[in-house]
Design a binder for this molecule. Structure first.
Ligand SMILES: *[C@@H]1O[C@H](CO)[C@@H](O)[C@H](O)[C@H]1NC(C)=O
Ligand SMILES: *[C@@H]1O[C@H](CO)[C@@H](O)[C@H](O)[C@H]1NC(C)=O
Ligand SMILES: *[C@@H]1O[C@H](CO)[C@@H](O)[C@H](O)[C@H]1NC(C)=O
Ligand SMILES: *[C@@H]1O[C@H](CO)[C@@H](O)[C@H](O)[C@H]1NC(C)=O
Ligand SMILES: *[C@@H]1O[C@H](CO)[C@@H](O)[C@H](O)[C@H]1NC(C)=O
Ligand SMILES: *[C@@H]1O[C@H](CO)[C@@H](O)[C@H](O)[C@H]1NC(C)=O
Ligand SMILES: *[C@@H]1O[C@H](CO)[C@@H](O)[C@H](O)[C@H]1NC(C)=O
Ligand SMILES: *[C@@H]1O[C@H](CO)[C@@H](O)[C@H](O)[C@H]1NC(C)=O
Ligand SMILES: *[C@@H]1O[C@H](CO)[C@@H](O)[C@H](O)[C@H]1NC(C)=O
Length: 385
């Protein structure tokens, strides 16, 4: 077991070295459109933070095969994908080789973080704080994963880095860097999974109030955006939870409780996500009036998913490419469960996550969409001025 862990750690290191080499090449060819990118959220954008959490179990880690099989190094890194994920694919549109590195890979050497120079170098390149399994509520993810970094912790880690640097008298340089950088947030799905799963496992659920639950999510979300703004962030790209009830893991629940929507997916989960989107849109609209200089780009990932399925009629959307059991949705992808022959023909890579091909198309839409799915401006426009 120990030697297996060692081998994975080594491939993770090799992958990062390769990525750095690629990044050097890309930087020489083309300057990125923003100084740096800061990523927050869940497993859709985690690039390996959970690898460093001892209390996080195998269900919420992706540092073993077949995760990462289509990366340049063909090895797992902690990304919940066959290849890159949405943070990587958006970073590539901005001119980076991939997502910035995971916070915990930079900060695990505690002494490094303590020196201002290292922290400054870290911030200048961007940092990914995202943690698979996490959500807007502080307890989300713990029942399934054990330990995760909640959004509150991710935002707290970012603001403490900023505060540390403010003390070394380079405030203006740092403030400019952060204001021009892109903050990318993809969170909320896990809160919906846990809530809807709880309702499904206890159908009576007396006293349940969906509106109150969703308002709680948005109230936390508002606090996080305000905290990031207070630390100097100004440009926010936000992806709302998509048709979460259509994940392979949810299809069995939908059948078990006889709650399928017109897509054949878990009705309650999709209903919650459908209610949440306009609430997030209203939150950002409100904040844009309240906080001077803030700009945002919000993706309606529900409509993006609906459009994707319509325009890719032949893609398999009711079965994970890599997974066991009904719909391939019983548990994680690993080296012993069935694997589909052609990853590019599947919407889902595993029980919860899209394939690299789908993340790439999503990132493209975030970047260039002309107002059909991304409001009020796309990410290219967001970073342009
Ligand atoms: C977010 O939600 C949790 C409940 O899980 C709450 O305890 C916490 O204080 C909230 N955080 C913020 C910043 O509102
Ligand atoms: C990140 O946040 C967590 C939770 O607040 C905290 O325990 C940890 O010390 C922070 N890490 C660093 C390096 O600041
Ligand atoms: C169902 O929910 C109610 C109220 O929350 C609780 O009292 C009850 O113990 C739950 N039943 C089961 C089987 O979990
Ligand atoms: C649910 O909560 C909302 C917000 O707190 C409240 O306005 C509404 O009356 C509640 N609904 C029920 C059925 O209790
Ligand atoms: C499942 O739900 C549908 C529509 O809500 C209903 O017509 C059907 O009778 C239900 N089936 C079972 C087995 O409960
Ligand atoms: C969610 O379900 C409620 C109650 O069934 C319904 O009134 C509402 O229109 C649904 N909302 C969405 C966005 O699906
Ligand atoms: C749909 O995909 C299947 C399996 O990949 C393939 O055999 C079939 O020819 C495809 N059909 C169309 C219309 O593209
Ligand atoms: C892969 O997952 C399956 C199903 O969860 C499990 O039975 C099997 O032991 C796992 N294989 C490895 C190599 O971990
Ligand atoms: C956006 O692009 C789509 C597809 O290219 C086009 O059909 C639509 O008219 C455009 N909308 C606007 C507002 O430009």
């Amino acid at each position: 077991m120990a030697s297996r862990g060692g081998a994975f750690a080594l491939t993770v290191v090799l992958c990062s070295v390769l990525a750095l080499a690629l990044q050097g090449g890309a930087a020489a060819a083309k300057r990125p459109l923003v100084p740096a990118m800061f990523v927050f959220g869940d497993s859709l954008v985690d690039v390996g933070n959970n690898n460093h959490l001892d209390g996080c179990n195998v269900l919420c880690k992706a540092n073993y095969p077949r995760y990462g099989m289509d990366l340049p190094c063909h090895s797992p890194t902690g990304r919940f994908s066959n290849g890159y994920n949405l943070a990587d694919r958006l970073a590539q549109r901005l001119g980076f080789a991939e997502s910035p590195p995971p916070f915990l890979s930079l900060s695990s050497k505690a002494a490094d973080v303590a020196t201002a120079d290292n922290t400054e170098r870290m911030m200048a390149k961007g940092v990914n704080f995202a943690s698979g399994g996490s959500g807007l509520l502080s307890g989300t993810g713990q029942p399934m994963c054990g330990e995760v970094l909640s959004m509150a912790e991710q935002v707290g880690n970012f603001t403490s880095l900023v505060q540390m640097l403010e003390n070394i008298d380079r405030r203006n340089k740092l403030a400019r860097l952060i204001a021009k950088s892109l903050v990318f947030i993809t969170v909320g799905s896990n809160d919906l999974f846990e809530y809807a799963g709880g309702v499904a496992s206890n159908r009576s659920a007396p006293g349940r109030n969906d509106t109150e639950f969703l308002q709680g999510l948005v109230s936390n979300y508002t606090a996080y955006v305000k905290d990031l703004y207070a630390a100097g962030a100004r440009k926010f790209s936000v992806v709302s939870p998509s048709l979460v009830g259509c994940c392979p893991s949810q299809l069995k629940i939908a059948r078990a409780v006889n709650d399928t929507d017109p897509f054949g997916c878990f009705g309650l989960a999709n209903n919650l996500s459908g209610q949440l989107y306009p609430m997030i849109a209203a939150m950002l609209d409100g904040l844009s009036r309240e906080l001077p200089g803030i700009k945002y780009s919000l993706a309606d990932s529900i409509q993006m998913a609906v459009n994707f399925v319509i325009s890719h009629g032949n893609i398999t959307r009711d079965h994970a490419c890599c997974g066991s059991g009904a719909f391939g949705g019983d548990s994680v992808c690993n080296s012993t469960v069935p694997l589909c022959p052609d990853r590019s023909k599947y919407l889902f890579w595993d029980w919860f996550h899209p394939t690299d091909a789908v993340s790439d198309i999503t990132a493209h839409q975030l970047f260039v969409d002309n107002g059909t799915f991304v409001h009020p401006i796309n990410v290219h426009q967001l970073v342009a001025h």
